[in-house]
Design a protein around this ligand. Structure first.
Ligand SMILES: NC(=O)c1ccc[n+]([C@@H]2O[C@H](COP(=O)([O-])OP(=O)(O)OC[C@H]3O[C@@H](n4cnc5c(N)ncnc54)[C@H](OP(=O)(O)O)[C@@H]3O)[C@@H](O)[C@H]2O)c1
Length: 348
């Protein structure tokens, strides 16, 4: 019979670490810390007291039944807790439907095709022009039966519909949104705000509404832009970057499981095959002292696709925001390594 006084919350944690080993091999302790990090001390106390209540209640029942075995009971309590933690970890990595918004755009269409090429089973496109979708995405009917949703990102109801999936058939809701929408400096200031910022808020709201009961596996990958953190004199361009920065900021507090913000440098036409070495960084520092200020849309789409399919690393932040640019040099093939390299030095 175990000494009940020695079974405290710390010990329960250690048992969880060993039981999640199959999910987070080699870093299970860190993984638990990551999950535990999100618990307030009040939650920890409640959690701890729930276990104690279970133990005490079981003790009393055991006394009544004359079959008391505190070691078995305490193991059961810790196992119950570890099952909950394990689900939270694995579901964050599970795949679901991916909705590409701006899917008929130059980056969005490359992203859409790249996700399909990588075998993502349910890739959906959010478009505002069926004819363009037919020529760019290769769909025939280009309707919901083919995972193509007609709508405007400034209209929340259009996004809500796309998030839920076809009305008929047993398709599941979207779990990841890959945003490749972009406004133009020709739009009015109000429309720039709606396209660059409000639409991101609408998208996240629609995603959350589609998952009323469980939201710990939802992910957004946003194509923003380098330079959003620089002060600029008023201009249409500055206005767009301002609203992009607002979208980035909103995402970082959106309470989704994972948010990855890719901030490319210039996207010139016809750049494929040049400057093949990709570089990542923060706050524009990768532009310092170099004449290379561009990256191909194909590379941006590939990095976004990798961000969509990349499993969450146990113990590491699931929220990244990084500049992306390129240089002449060998082709960067390890995109996961590239994205991992964009973590802050303390996030390892
Ligand atoms: N150009 C650069 O040098 C540069 C540099 C850094 C970052 N970026 C950013 O990178 C992203 C991708 O750029 P890109 O040049 O590949 O984009 P793009 O070709 O201009 O495509 C933008 C997409 O957004 C869609 N869109 C715009 N307003 C919409 C609305 N109200 N409802 C639904 N869809 C809407 C467009 O639909 P349609 O296809 O129907 O037009 C298009 O598919 C953008 O956010 C851009 O700002 C650009």
């Amino acid at each position: 019979m175990a000494d009940t006084a020695s079974i405290d919350y710390r010990e329960v944690n250690l048992r969880e670490n060993s039981s999640t080993a199959s999910t987070c091999t080699g870093s299970n302790r860190r993984d638990f810390k990551d999950n535990g990090f999100r618990m307030t001390s009040l939650q920890q106390q409640l959690c701890s007291s729930n276990i104690w209540i279970a133990i005490v209640a079981s003790f009393l029942i055991g006394l009544l039944l004359g079959k008391f075995d505190i070691e078995l009971l305490s193991n059961k309590a810790s196992n119950m807790h570890s099952i909950v933690m394990k689900e939270a970890t694995t579901s964050a990595d599970s795949s679901g439907a991916v909705l590409v918004t701006g899917a008929t755009g130059r980056t969005g269409s490359l992203l859409y095709h790249e996700l399909k090429r990588r075998g993502v089973s349910d890739v959906r496109a959010f478009v505002r022009n069926i004819t363009k979708a037919q020529s760019v995405l290769g769909c025939t009917k280009c309707d919901e039966s083919e995972g193509v949703y007609l709508g405007d990102v400034t209209k929340p109801e259009d996004l809500e519909r796309a998030m839920m999936g076809p009305r008929s058939g047993g398709s599941s809701p979207v779990t990841t949104i890959a945003i490749a929408v972009g406004g133009s400096s020709r739009l009015s200031p109000d429309m720039q705000r709606q396209v660059e910022f409000d639409s991101v808020v609408h998208s996240v709201k629609a995603l959350a509404h589609a998952h009323e009961n469980q939201r710990n596996h939802l992910r957004v990958v946003l194509c923003s832009s380098m330079g959003t953190n620089q002060a600029r004199p008023p201009s249409s361009f500055a206005n767009i970057l301002f609203w992009k920065l607002n979208a980035e900021t909103f995402l970082s507090t959106s309470a989704l499981s994972s948010t990855i913000i890719v901030k490319p440098c210039g996207l010139p036409e016809g750049m494929v095959g040049k400057n093949s070495t990709l570089v990542v960084g923060h706050n524009g520092t990768i532009m310092a002292g170099t004449e290379y200020h561009s990256v191909s849309r194909e590379d941006v789409a590939n990095v976004m696709a990798e961000s969509v399919v990349m499993a969450n690393e146990c113990g590491k932040s699931k929220h990244l925001r990084f500049d992306l640019c390129s240089r002449p040099g060998p082709v960067t093939t390890d995109l996961k390594g590239l994205i991992e390299g964009a973590r802050w030095e303390w996030d390892n």
